[in-house]
Design a protein around this ligand. Sequence first.
Ligand code: CA
Ligand code: CA
Length: 170
Amino acid sequence: MVSSEYEGRIAARFATFDQDGNGYIDRADFNAAAKAVLAEFGTAARSDKGQALYGGAEAFWQGMAGIADRDGDQRITRDEFVGGAVKRLRDNPDRFAEIARPFLHAALAVADSDGDGAATVAETVRVLAALGVKADIAEAAAATLDADRDGRVEESEVVTAFARYFTVPE
Ligand code: CA
Ligand code: CA
């Protein structure tokens, strides 16, 4: 049984995905997310990192559409997201991690300005802020991600936390 509180949290996640705020999630929202992250870090769309991020965004969109776009109109409505995404992502959080991983991997590569293989907490906050996550939530999330407190956010930590964020009730 899915609690109404949990559905409320998922509805809030819908707003994060609906980057342009037009009431449904589609490919344009994922492209907008990629564009926002690239703009934040001054990375060119035509660069290797830029192309990888757009590729990750497309894969993320295809995966989400496969899970939630029940009528196949290439739009995920709020009802499709809350009804379809909630149940399937709860049943299979690993699947969600799998479809989000290429985008998260590419976003962290954009944020990893010194190329040492991990973004800092501050860089991760900038990614989340570029995606429209409120500053206090972004800072709390990024600090939580740095579980071993070395100031670096590892990809595995991000993927796990991201899946948990979308799939586990508080
Ligand atoms: Ca939208
Ligand atoms: Ca649909």
